[in-house]
Design a protein around this ligand. Structure first.
Ligand code: FAD
Length: 506
């Protein structure tokens, strides 16, 4: 028991300092300690006291895109590979997603989009510029440079990609960096991740379900396994070459969101999160207890709830505009959806007042559809802006001026002189409607800082030996707002495959 005393004390001390210190600097020590399950309580178990129930070379936590991609590569490289999955089945959020994946320079992209010339360099620069300076360049370049190989890998498993679309614009990234690079199949996420699961199982991966990893086990300062709860009993699982955390972000953990991600916390309180409910930040909490560096928290994968504005380059936003408490537009409504949603959320919280979408009947939302919303109590209608403004408690003169400016812009050539909007550029005529968007949340952003070898970084800047992370549990490659569809699955597959290969080859 005392054999590793000094190391153990170091880990215990560093866990407490790192985990609570990092968070308490922002939120207060008491809350930080509570959300991390208290550093003392979540301290890693010392391996010398452990008898192993499960033993593998590569031990993976979580059977989503990241975990299963890691498992496939580890088993294919000849390593005995086990995936512990908290829920009764594989797939996580990944198998419930849209199943579209960003990649640059693929054969499919070249064949289907010969009107453009995309490169991993442009793809990386696009992510970096939209990352508002917060991303790790090495991780981003590594991810885009290998993106075509990931599509080729999925093709080699029998999947066919049939369409390529592009992200809507943002003010942050140069127009030259956009490309149609979001790859889609006919079989969707279910087809993709069932295929990946079957391939991983055929390669020899053992999936163990209903098994919740709860605590990392450390030997001589190296992470060698986890404690997990199965059928109400605590078991111990060993990863001789390493443990890969692939348990996604803190999506459904209100306490962690409260401290680390106010936008996600707002969504949990005010709308709903559609990602897998088992994604409660467990891997992040376990690694934080060892002093792991947390990174890139704060962003969310959010869509505006009704119009789904900025969903991609190919889908225009309908003629409409958003107004704040003062009856004034405050953002470009057709930037990429998570940025549009972030600015809407910021405006709502900044003014402590609802924002409204203003429109007339149009091709996307017909008079019948809008009247049905009025009937259901989710929209209101009026013949004049003054009447509409009174119903939504905004300034009537401003609302009229906002409409007049919009319609003048449309009549004078269709240029949005306020925000350079690109789509839905048509006059708005009555009867007028107003409704609140709300948010459709697809998950939180933020996780464990990794280096380019997927090694989890300690707050002191070194790698935590034996500990790896991939997918949305890892951080550094996606930033303060979600830069467009297909990014999460690209990062999950990329860092998953990479971690699986590297750990197996150790
Ligand atoms: C409706 C929807 C549509 C989306 N569409 C797309 C899209 O088309 N393209 C795109 O790129 N992104 C999309 N996203 C986002 C993307 O799907 C996710 O961010 C991504 O799938 C996360 O992958 P992951 O492997 O990190 O996590 P997951 O796929 O969520 O896997 C994590 C797994 O870990 C398990 N787990 C959690 N805790 C533990 C524990 N303690 N022990 C053991 N196991 C544990 C979970 O049960 C889960 O199975 C979408 C999201 C949603 C909700």
């Amino acid at each position: 028991m005392k054999k590793q005393l000094s190391r153990r004390d170091f880990l215990k001390g560093s866990a407490a300092v790192a985990a609570t210190g990092l968070m308490s600097s922002v939120f207060g020590a008491e809350e930080a300690t509570e959300a991390l399950g208290a550093a003392e309580a979540s301290e890693a178990t010392e391996a010398s006291t452990t008898s192993w129930d499960i033993e593998a070379d590569v031990l993976i936590l979580g059977a989503g895109a990241a975990g299963m991609s890691a498992g496939y590569e580890a088993a294919t490289a000849g390593a005995k590979t086990v995936i512990l999955e908290k829920s009764p089945t594989f797939g996580g959020t990944s198998i419930r997603s849209g199943g579209i994946i960003q990649a640059s320079g693929t054969d499919v992209q070249k064949a289907l989009t010969s009107y453009q010339d995309d490169t991993p360099e442009k793809h990386a620069q696009y992510y970096l510029q939209e990352g508002e300076g917060t991303l790790d360049e090495e991780l981003v370049y590594d991810m885009t440079a290998n993106s075509a190989d990931h599509i080729a890998w999925l093709q080699s498993l029998g999947l066919e990609f049939i369409e390529v679309t592009g992200s809507a614009h943002t003010p942050m990234a140069d127009e030259s960096l956009y490309a149609d690079r979001i790859h889609g199949t006919a079989v969707g996420a279910k087809g993709i991740f069932t295929t990946v699961h079957d391939a991983a199982e055929a390669a020899g991966v053992e999936f163990i379900y209903d098994t919740e990893a709860t605590k990392l086990i450390v030997e001589d300062g190296v992470v060698v396994g986890v404690e997990a709860v199965q059928d109400g009993k605590t078991i111990c699982a060993k990863g001789n070459k390493g443990v890969i955390i692939a348990t996604s972000s803190i999506d459904h953990n209100p306490e962690m969101c409260k401290m680390l991600n106010p936008n996600q916390y707002y969504d949990l309180q005010n709308s709903s999160c559609t990602s897998y409910p088992y994604d409660t930040g467990d891997g992040i909490r376990m690694a934080a207890a060892l002093g792991a560096q947390l990174s890139n928290f704060g962003g969310v994968i959010d869509l505006t709830g009704v119009t789904w504005a900025g969903v991609n380059r190919q889908t225009p936003v309908m003629p409409c505009f958003f107004v704040n408490k003062y009856g004034v537009r405050f953002e470009c409504e057709d930037t990429t959806y998570a940025l549009t949603a972030r600015e809407l959320w910021r405006e709502i919280t900044k003014t402590n007042h609802a924002c409204y979408t203003i429109c007339g009947p149009n091709e996307s939302m017909t008079k019948e559809a809008l009247d049905a919303m009025v009937e259901a109590g989710t929209a209101c209608t009026a013949e004049t802006m003054e009447e509409l403004a009174a119903q939504i408690d905004v300034d009537g003169a401003n609302l009229q001026a906002t409409l007049d400016r919009w319609n003048k812009d449309m009549e004078e050539g269709g240029k949005d002189t306020m925000f350079d909007r690109m789509t839905g550029l048509a006059p708005i005529t009555g009867p007028y409607y107003a409704f609140q968007e709300g948010f459709t949340n697809l998950g939180a952003i933020g996780g464990l800082k990794i280096n380019v070898n997927c090694e989890v970084q300690h707050v002191n800047g070194t790698s935590i030996p034996g500990l790896y992370a991939a997918g949305m549990a890892s951080a550094g490659w996606v930033g303060p707002f979600y830069p467009g569809s297909g990014t999460a699955l690209l990062g999950s597959i990329h860092f998953g495959r990479k971690a699986g290969k590297l750990v197996a080859e150790k």
